[in-house]
Ligand binder design. Sequence first.
Ligand SMILES: C[S@@+](CC[C@H](N)C(=O)[O-])C[C@H]1O[C@@H](n2cnc3c(N)ncnc32)[C@H](O)[C@@H]1O
Length: 282
Amino acid sequence: MDEIAIAAARLAEAGVESPRADAELIAAHLHGVSRAELHLVADADFDPRFWDDVARREAREPLQHITGRAYFRYLELAVGPGVFVPRQETEVMTGWVIDELAKMDVAEPVVADLGSGSGAIALSVAQEVPRARVHAVEADPLARQWTERNIAAWAAAAPHTAGRVTLHAGDFATALAELDGAVDLVVSNPPYIPLGSWVPPEVGEYDPATALWGGGDGMDAVRVVEATARRLLRPGGLVAVEHGAQQGPAVYWVFSEEAGWRETRNHADLAGRDRFVTAVRP
Ligand SMILES: C[S@@+](CC[C@H](N)C(=O)[O-])C[C@H]1O[C@@H](n2cnc3c(N)ncnc32)[C@H](O)[C@@H]1O
């Protein structure tokens, strides 16, 4: 299909990282087919609105805002302006959480997801560990509209599990006081980019600032998550916190034995970069 090749060349010229894949995904979304079925779209049926979407991507609007969808583990989530687009690197930490919950000898483990955004982590946990009770905390009212929407769509698709995810509006510094000492696992992908860092336009212009910036060293929210995890977790409870590729040693220190934690570990993402820290509440 000539249109795809032309669009891919334009996206490459604009600095898009995966131009061919993005051109194909835009076309597939528009024509209501999978990427593998694109060849079934006859030239005569090719929708010219494709070029409007290509222009948006050329201006570095995220692909997920153009299609309105983001894929995360086994979920398809609604995303758009006001919410952080879930990333592949977070899937590995979420997988760790799910594996640990599966091993946990607790009938209905209680999980807190601090800074839930689209609900990617909270809903994956609920989907893959159906006996878990998940509390999603989100402070940003705009982001929360997307959390609510995704929780509602998920509950409609699986009514028997509805009610297993509860959304809480508020700051994770003070959230869930009623669960102090009663949570089995705390997970968070907090804002962790150091102020002033360069980020690509898809991130800086489209992901909400509250989802990105973590103060001068990027660690402000990580420290708050540590204090909240300390407050919420029962003895023996687990914490998992995502961080930037350069922050492994700093986050390890925040959750170190010296700081009152045990079994602290650094974990890598699929690309082999330091990506999250886990620890156990003594
Ligand atoms: C990097 S995004 C992660 C979103 C989602 N958990 C994911 O992994 O895709 C961080 C989220 O934390 C929220 N957030 C930041 N600071 C917060 C705070 N103090 N209390 C509650 N939510 C907060 C942001 O609004 C944003 O939705």
